[in-house]
Design a protein around this ligand. Structure first.
Ligand SMILES: Nc1ncnc2c1ncn2[C@@H]1O[C@H](COP(=O)(O)OP(=O)(O)O)[C@@H](O)[C@H]1O
Ligand SMILES: Cc1ncsc1CCOP(=O)(O)O
Ligand SMILES: [Mg+2]
Length: 273
């Protein structure tokens, strides 16, 4: 992790205020837009494909999130991915691939457009690889996260297109890229108990790609930053707190940690396999 530790101080605060175009679900769209502002990026949430040619000239990266899909958004996501292919950095977040066969199929189609990063929670990523999963709805299950299941997932991700960097989130997070495999261990359990933590992570990765940070580093820094914000929150809120306060304070930390503790990356726990 030494290489990343040296780089970390250069990453946050962001210098270029990247404009991130997000095509995303209706549930977490506002949380995602604010999270981008809190880390000094700029969001634009546009679904209208007529706007894309002009918009693509301005944006630095693109996020495609498959949650709360509709036929119209499916078309929008495919159009954007085809335009982005080899032209613009983009992240695909396969929300719902565990439970919705159409999202699962769309995830495969979008993967063929070679996103920089394809992510989901561990159950969604198991579904993407064709492995059995006990995940339901948009959440992962704990039984998909045993050491054996994680090893199986890592093996399956290594069989996927090596042009793409893969992130599977959960208690432990798995990153598979052509540069190697990492297992990361930051975060607190409450992060999976507010809606949008996974979604905003996808947007943070896209923001770092928009700063021309390489795929693997963008994943490691965005993931570690969010999870360490969650850890700070849990430590600072006291022994008893409600989940709404946890959510609020974690979002606050997104805006604070980068300036209050420039050595935040030293708290990263993880290893290359
Ligand atoms: N049990 C957990 N312990 C620590 N961190 C977690 C846990 N579950 C999820 N996280 C973290 O919360 C964030 C969102 O992950 P997850 O809940 O898996 O995504 P999603 O919202 O897409 O289902 C990630 O940064 C992940 O590392
Ligand atoms: C509840 C819900 N339903 C469709 S999308 C969505 C939000 C999912 O957010 P996340 O993937 O960050 O948990
Ligand atoms: Mg979630």
């Amino acid at each position: 992790m030494k290489h990343f530790a040296e780089m970390a101080r250069e990453v946050f605060p962001l210098r270029q205020s990247p404009l991130v175009h997000c095509i995303t679900n209706n549930v977490t769209i506002e949380t995602m837009a604010n999270a981008l502002l809190y880390i000094d990026a700029q969001p634009i949430m546009t679904n209208d494909i007529r706007e894309f040619p002009a918009l693509f000239k301005q944006t630095d990266s693109l996020l495609l999130n498959l949650g709360s899909l509709s036929k119209e958004r499916e078309n929008t996501l495919l159009t954007a991915a085809k335009m982005a292919k080899e032209e613009k950095s983009f992240v695909v977040d396969i929300v719902g691939a565990t439970s919705a066969p159409i999202a699962q199929q769309l995830a495969q189609q979008l993967a063929r457009q070679k996103p920089n990063v394809l992510k989901g929670n561990i159950s969604e990523m198991r579904a993407f690889c064709g492995l059995k999963t006990t995940g339901k709805g948009v959440d992962s299950s704990s039984s998909d996260q045993s050491e054996d299941e994680l090893e199986e997932l890592i093996g399956a991700l290594k069989q996927q297109d090596p042009a793409v960097t893969y992130l599977a989130t959960g208690k432990k997070d798995v990153i598979v890229s052509k540069k190697g495999t990492w297992v990361m261990e930051n975060g607190v359990e409450e992060l999976q108990r507010f809606i949008g933590s996974g979604d905003l992570l996808g947007a943070l990765i896209a923001a770092l790609l928009g700063e021309q940070i390489d795929n693997l580093s963008a994943v490691i820094f965005a993931l570690s930053y969010l999870n360490i914000c969650g850890e700070y929150t849990s430590e600072n809120l006291g022994p008893v707190y409600g989940l709404a306060d946890f959510r609020h304070e974690t979002l606050n930390q997104l805006s604070l940690l980068k300036t209050l503790n420039q050595n935040w990356f030293n708290q990263t726990k993880g290893r290359k396999q």
